[in-house]
Structures are given as structure tokens and as C-alpha cells.
Design a protein around this ligand. Structure first.
Ligand code: ARG
Length: 459
């Protein structure tokens, strides 16, 4: 047991209590942020003449030595310390003696942990945002290749109207674009520095909080010290944004699983991103997509858990807040891994153009266009709907597609039909006539792709 606060106690902490209370097992990953925050704090203390220049130099050299040694594996973060803050401070005192004991002047672990967690989260947001960028770029290049890859668009998972693969993927581009913007928003709101909030009521030392905040890349200090130590909103916002990212990845995964199924065969997942079966030699399973879909539950769980932990907490710091870490870390790790793997899977996946097109042709996805054909020649839409319905029924009986039905059969049901019906209901026509903003037609999609390319350049 190694804790910072033995003075007012007459008995040793019970070992089970100590283990239950300790957070070193999971907050060890904050070592670099903890040291970085301490260096900024010490620079400020010296600037304010609370520490001497010599003390500052000693402490900073000591902290940098600890950082290097941990990074090079020369110093182990031992579980005997209560938390990462205790480990760094105790190691510093061991190494440099008296000056080390002054590090914690004008600071509490409450503002310290709030700072560490914000620094860590901010850099995780950047990493996640870079991974989103990779995914968006991958999507964009697949879209650019598949402007003329026709496929059925679905409602109720029933073939509905023809679209293109580029258009389908464009929907995901929009979703991940919003995810990127959500991450940016969170960063703007969270970027205030808790350091100097002390335990809850600031300190009596003449700290320059603005200075520490700017050293650490914050927009300014947190303006209320009680809020400074107990705000976890930004983690809730992040977990919420991560949940939405996972929801998007999970919907996309579900589609990949369906498309990769034996019945659809719209795509083939690359061997490097598939797995086999221990018993069935023919199997090639979409495990990565399934795991991404499955892991969505973990991230939703983290959001729910932290919301629940926070809901009854009186101001200011309470130990319940220590629980934020394992959930937040697990969610950040999970989303990082899922984004990386999903992008890899998407970038190597083979899209089977012919299968998709065949599926669109045989699903009557052009039935609406056949009705529109009649409407353009003076038939009321409701009547046109009825006529095409009868044609579809006929085709189902014959087991053929609408464009395989002879013209005489069309004309038996309505004499408005002429030879140009085949051109009017070809997939190419059906798609490319849809040119309003947001539609799948080539003209509209080319405009959208241009906007997306510009968007990525400014990302
Ligand atoms: N391990 C603690 C946490 O993560 C650090 C803060 C401890 N503060 C305290 N007053 N016990 O929340």
C-alpha cells in the first residue's frame, strides 16, 4: 500500500478496502497526461514565485525522467500505488527528494484527475476523428468507382426502386460526416482547464490559471471551481457521439452481412477480413462485421452506465466519478478498433456489379417508372398504378422481369404503351432521370461527390 494521505489515520487501511478503492489498475494509462499537467502546473507555480526557479528545474527534470523511463520500459507503474497521481508524485519524491514534495502545492487530485482525463479524451477525439477521416475517404473512393453500378434500393428490406452503389454509400458518407462534426463540437465545449479548481473551492495561492490553461492548449480556465472538478458532461457527450458512430457502423455491418450472404452475393469480403468454420470447410464468415455490430452494445452500455453513475451526485467531487474511466476507456478503444477494422474491410471488399444489377432488374424496381411513363402520356397516376400492378402480376406468373415482357402483352393491358417503354424502364434511365439534389442520378451524384471532395480537403 502506498498512499498520499496517511497522516490523520491511526490504523492501516484494510487490504480489501484498499484494493476496492484503488484505480491504478486502469488509470495507469493516464501517466503521460498526468506528467504533462504537472509540468504545466510547476511552470505556473514558478512564474508566480510560489516555487523557486531551481525547484522548478529539478521537478521538471524529475518528471521528464519518469516519463522517459516509463516509455522505455525502465520504470514499471506498480500496482502498489493507489492511483497514477500517487505513483508519479511518490516516484518524483524518491528520485529528487525535498523539491518533489512541493509539486502538489495549490492542487488537489480532484482537479488533477479532471485535467488528466480531459487531456486524454481530447487526444482520443483527435485519433477517432482521423479514423473517421480514413473511413470517409475510403467511402468516397468506392463511390467514385460505382456511379453506374445499379442495385436495388430497399424499403422494409423489399426491393423498391433502383439506385446506384455510389448513392447507397453516400448515405453512410452523410452519417459519418455528421459524426465528425459532433466530435468537433464536443472538443469546442470541453476545452476549459480544470487545473486550479483545487479540491472544490480553488486555492489561496496566487495561481495564474490562464497561464496553465494556455500551456496545456485550453481556451481558458474552467470558470467555476466546483464545476471544474465535477464536470463529466464532455464524457457523456463523447459516449453519446461514440454510440451514434457505433449505431452507424452497426447498420452498415448489417448490410455487409446481408450483401455477403449466399442469397445476395452483392459483395465478397476479402479473405484477409473473413474467418472460417472449424467444422464446415466451405464457410467464409463475415465475423468482423458481426463483431462490430455486437460491440455496439458495449458502447451503449458505457453511456448508460456513466449517465446513471452521475445522476444522483451532489456537488462537487465524489468517488463515484472514478468509475468514468473504465467505461470511457473501453468505449474509446472499442470505437477505435471498430473504425480501423471496418475501414480495412470496406477498402478490400469486392462489389459484384453484375449481381447487383441483376437483382435490381428482377425485383420490379422499375415499376414506379413504368407508371410514370403512363402518367407522362396522360394516364392518371392511380390508374397507371393499377395497370402496372397487373403487368407485375403477369411477369411474376411468367417468372420474368418487366423488360422481358413482349410489347403485345403491355398493349393488351394498355394501348398507351409503345416500343419506347423498354428504354423508359431500363435501370440506367430509371436512375439517371433522378437528378434533383440528393437523388441517385449520375448528374446529381457527380455534384454531391464534388461537394464531398471539397469537404474532405477542408477536414
Ligand atoms: N482516482 C481518483 C479518480 O479517478 C482520483 C481523484 C481522487 N480524489 C479523491 N479525493 N479521492 O477520481
Amino acid at each position: 500500500m502506498a498512499q498520499l494521505w496517511g497522516g490523520r489515520f491511526t490504523k492501516e487501511t484494510d487490504q480489501l478496502v484498499y484494493d476496492f478503492n484503488a484505480s491504478i489498475r486502469f488509470d495507469r494509462r493516464l501517466y503521460a497526461e498526468d506528467i504533462r499537467g504537472s509540468i504545466a502546473h510547476v511552470m505556473m507555480l514558478a512564474k508566480q514565485k510560489i516555487l523557486t526557479e531551481a525547484e522548478k528545474e529539478d521537478i521538471i527534470a524529475g518528471l521528464e525522467g519518469i516519463l522517459d523511463d516509463v516509455e522505455q520500459g525502465k520504470l514499471e507503474i506498480s500496482d502498489k500505488y493507489e492511483d497514477i497521481h500517487s505513483f508519479v508524485e511518490a516516484t518524483l519524491i524518491d528520485r529528487i527528494g525535498e523539491a518533489g514534495k512541493k509539486l502538489h502545492t495549490g492542487r488537489s487530485r480532484n482537479d488533477q484527475v479532471a485535467l488528466d482525463m480531459k487531456l486524454y479524451t481530447r487526444s482520443e477525439i483527435h485519433k477517432l476523428d482521423d479514423l473517421l477521416k480514413e473511413l470517409l475517404l475510403t467511402l468516397l473512393s468506392v463511390m467514385e468507382e460505382h456511379l453506374d453500378t445499379y442495385m436495388p434500393g430497399f424499403t422494409h428490406l423489399q426491393k423498391a426502386q433502383p439506385i446506384t452503389l455510389a448513392h447507397h454509400l453516400g448515405a453512410y458518407f452523410e452519417m459519418f460526416k455528421r459524426d465528425h462534426e459532433r466530435l468537433r463540437d464536443i472538443e469546442k465545449r470541453m476545452n476549459t482547464c480544470p487545473l486550479g479548481s483545487g479540491a472544490l473551492a480553488g486555492t489561496t495561492y496566487p495561481l495564474d490559471r490562464q497561464y496553465t490553461a494556455s500551456l496545456l492548449g485550453f481556451d481558458g480556465p474552467a470558470l467555476n471551481s466546483m464545476d471544474g472538478v465535477s464536470d463529466r458532461d464532455y464524457l457523456l457527450e463523447l459516449l453519446s457521439a461514440l454510440s451514434v458512430i457505433m449505431m452507424h457502423l452497426s447498420r452498415f455491418s448489417e448490410e455487409v452481412i446481408i450483401w455477403n450472404s449466399n442469397e445476395y452475393q452483392f459483395v465478397e469480403i476479402d479473405d484477409a477480413y473473413s474467418t472460417g468454420s472449424s467444422i464446415m470447410p466451405q464457410k467464409k464468415n463475415p465475423d468482423i462485421a458481426e463483431l462490430v455490430r455486437g460491440k455496439t452494445g458495449r458502447v451503449y452500455g458505457a453511456l448508460n452506465a456513466l449517465l446513471t453513475a452521475m445522476k444522483g451526485l451532489p456537488l462537487a467531487y465524489n468517488k463515484d466519478m472514478q468509475e468514468d474511466k473504465e467505461w470511457a476507456f473501453d468505449a474509446m478503444d472499442t470505437v477505435r478498433h471498430c473504425l480501423t477494422l471496418f475501414t480495412g474491410m470496406l477498402g478490400t471488399m469486392q462489389f459484384k456489379k453484375d449481381r447487383m444489377e441483376e437483382s435490381a432488374r428482377h425485383g420490379f424496381t422499375n415499376a414506379t417508372d413504368a407508371a410514370d411513363y403512363l402518367v407522362n402520356r396522360g394516364v392518371a397516376f392511380r390508374d397507371a398504378h393499377g395497370i402496372v400492378g397487373r403487368l407485375v402480376l403477369l411477369c411474376i406468373e411468367k417468372g420474368i422481369a418487366l423488360d422481358e415482357l413482349p410489347l403485345e402483352e403491355y398493349q393488351k393491358i394498355s394501348d398507351v404503351f409503345a416500343e419506347d417503354i423498354y428504354e423508359a424502364i431500363s435501370l440506367k434511365t430509371c436512375v439517371n432521370k433522378r437528378v434533383t439534389t440528393g437523388a441517385p442520378g449520375r448528374e446529381a451524384m457527380e455534384k454531391a461527390l464534388k461537394i464531398y471532395r471539397n469537404y474532405m480537403e477542408e477536414y
